[in-house]
Design a protein around this ligand. Structure first.
Ligand code: GYE
Length: 356
């Protein structure tokens, strides 16, 4: 008799079971029927608990699967920037190359959509989850569910804030504070440590927005005459970056440089600077982060001054982590992706070798 049949039997005799995420079916609400009925149902309940215990977590002695047998859920933030689409392409193509069945979900920038997607992946009992978390907080409940089911969660590109970092298996991401510092140090050298700077921030609450700001401020703190005079989110998009830069330009005040948390916002700002009759890269310096190809094209044109590469090609590392986690191997909590700064002095030499 399968679990459902057993459950039906127990329920029909007036016993109601509770599903407990760790233990499976437990307890029963009320008792009806004679002594023998109770014995049968108690035995059935016990049997059900034993069966559930064996199948409710991934750590049971299931035969280890190879990549072609894996089903992986990938919750992606959206398609807000060239960087993001490059990351999605890398993960999708790596899944295809390894024969992994990838369940893809685009959250359209909304955390609630990511949480829903993770819930669906858990209900499907996927072998692993890859998550690019749109913001740092609010993940505890759904990550607890995955943890209780023994489903490894591989974080890519952005981190989360949780009380217990056992709730995710590993984080594969750049050091955003270092990226911000590199951008700030480059600008300090370019301006001799004197500049009124406007800042285009990324998505509020997102790890890269928080940490790129932190790193940049650490760098310019060494130069008392470098000040961020205006700062606002451009949501990591070109359109919003242009709109906010237009407002900065209209609001008056000397602007020597713009620091954008990603290339898409920087390219939008460059458009706004040109439409205001100024020369980007000359009248107003432009520094940003990501290293997408359009940024190199803009540096070759002399408009963007520098970008700090933040590699989005995380597919191979993500699936290596999935396969190791599913095989029960211990993984480092953090894998830091190495970054590098490029400016107009190197852009022409490397643009043809850019992979995203
Ligand atoms: O800089 C930006 C994307 O999380 C590092 O998100 C990523 C950031 C990247 O929208 O272009």
């Amino acid at each position: 008799m399968d679990r459902t049949g057993l459950l039906h039997l127990i329920r029909s005799e007036g016993y109601n079971l509770h599903w407990h995420p760790r233990v499976g079916w437990t307890g029963f609400k009320e008792t009806k029927g004679n002594f023998m009925t109770r014995i049968v149902c108690l035995t059935a309940t016990f049997a059900l608990i034993v069966i559930s215990l064996g199948s409710c977590t991934k750590n049971s002695s299931e035969p280890k699967k190879n990549a072609q047998q894996l089903t992986v859920g990938f919750s992606q933030i959206g398609a807000e920037s060239g960087w993001r689409t490059a990351e999605t392409k890398s993960i999708r193509s790596e899944a295809e190359k390894r024969g992994v069945d990838l369940k893809f979900s685009d959250a359209q920038q909304k955390q609630e959509n990511q949480i829903k997607a993770l819930g669906a992946f858990i209900a499907q009992n996927v072998d692993a989850i890859i998550l690019a978390p749109v913001v740092e907080t609010g993940w505890e409940p759904v990550l607890k569910k995955a943890h209780q089911r023994g489903i490894p969660v591989i974080l890519v590109d952005r981190g989360v804030k949780v009380t217990n970092d056992d709730l995710y298996t590993t984080l594969i991401a750049s050091d955003f504070v270092a990226e911000g510092r590199m951008a700030g140090d480059w600008l300090a050298a370019k301006t001799g440590g004197k500049a009124n700077i406007v800042e285009l921030q990324g998505t509020p609450g997102a790890a890269p927005a928080i940490d790129r700001k932190k790193g940049f401020e650490q760098a310019i703190a060494k130069h008392p005459e470098m000040k961020i005079t205006k700062s606002q989110t451009g949501e990591f998009t070109r359109a919003k970056g242009k709109e906010v830069m237009e407002a900065f330009l209209k609001s008056g005040g000397e602007i020597d440089a713009v620091y954008a948390h990603n290339d898409d916002m920087a390219l939008g700002a460059i458009q706004a600077i040109e439409e205001a009759g100024k020369k980007p890269g000359v009248d107003i310096f432009v520094v940003s982060i990501d290293g997408v190809k359009p940024a190199f094209e803009s540096m070759v044109e002399g408009k963007l001054n520098c970008t700090v590469e933040c590699n989005p090609l995380l597919g191979p590392a993500a699936f290596d982590a999935v396969e190791r986690a599913v095989a029960g191997q211990k993984l480092p909590k953090n894998t830091v992706v190495q970054d590098k700064l490029f400016d107009q002095s190197t852009a022409k030499d490397v643009i043809d070798s850019r992979q995203y």
